[in-house]
Design a protein around this ligand. Structure first.
Ligand code: ATP
Length: 235
């Protein structure tokens, strides 16, 4: 079952500006798709188009009716004067999550990411990795049908990455889908079902690792090697 169908003919930050073009794919229930590509290729722009925040979009983004999504941005955003707990409490009330569920879910995730003892402090004062953890905990709190994640791995310590991957796996078993952009290709190779390789604003290869390897002309190569060959024209 498709949770999200994306058909972008063209999109940009200003009217008629074409930063990305011809990006078509769908994300099914429980699937994890990795968006990969060089700096400036258009990964974040694709994500922003899907989230509906771009000024110019010629195309369509269709969500399964009634589905809830959570976005984990690359750059964390906080209310300056609210504590971590107040962020979670506010998010819960906006999304109709009752107090019992809030307390149960937040204690599970605060503990998983070793954030329990700072829950009454301001996220604005946290380290980069701790801030990233807050964005992840907020997304998990919603128990969404779809996660849209822009580069989750930079900044997290190794045990936080391990916990994050374990929780994402549990979420997929529940039927949640994930669309994730990343530069950490060895991890992506291990966890993603399919890849969308974007270069210069458009899709240059897509599919399973087998299909990407075929496109690169080197059957047994790693995702990183395929990336170099396809996206950067190197061998
Ligand atoms: N707010 C913006 N206004 C105008 N142009 C932008 C804006 N944000 C990004 N761009 C341009 O869009 C293009 C694609 O950028 P994007 O951020 O989507 O790349 P990316 O693949 O996510 O890169 P990275 O791996 O460096 O995060 C770049 O040329 C960039 O300069």
């Amino acid at each position: 079952m498709n949770m999200l169908t994306v058909k972008i003919n063209e999109a940009g930050y200003e009217e008629k500006q074409s930063i990305i073009k011809d990006i078509d794919f769908s994300l099914s229930s429980g699937e994890l798709i990795g968006i990969i590509g060089p700096n400036g290729a258009g990964k974040s722009t694709t994500i922003k188009t899907i989230l509906g925040v771009l000024e110019y979009v010629n195309g369509e983004v269709m969500w399964k009716k009634g589905s809830v999504y959570a976005y984990i941005p690359e750059k964390p955003i906080f209310y300056e004067h609210l504590t971590l707990w107040e962020h979670l409490d506010l998010l819960a009330s906006i999304n109709g999550i009752d107090d019992t569920t809030l307390i149960q879910r937040s204690s599970e995730f605060l503990e998983a990411f070793k954030m329990e003892k700072v829950k009454h402090e301001m996220p604005a004062t946290f380290s980069k990795g701790m801030q990233q953890k807050v964005m992840i905990i907020q997304a998990l709190l919603l128990k969404p049908d779809v996660y849209i994640i822009d580069e989750p791995f930079i900044g997290l310590d190794p045990s936080a990455i391990k916990r994050f991957l374990e929780i994402m796996e549990q979420e997929r078993k529940r039927g949640a889908s994930i669309l994730m952009s990343t530069h950490v290709l060895d991890t992506a190779e291990r966890i993603c079902d399919r890849f969308i390789l974007i270069s210069d604003g458009t899709v240059v290869a897509e599919g399973t690792l087998d299909k990407i390897q075929l496109a690169s002309g080197v059957p047994d190569s790693s995702l990183l090697d395929c990336f170099h060959i396809i996206a950067e024209g190197r061998s």
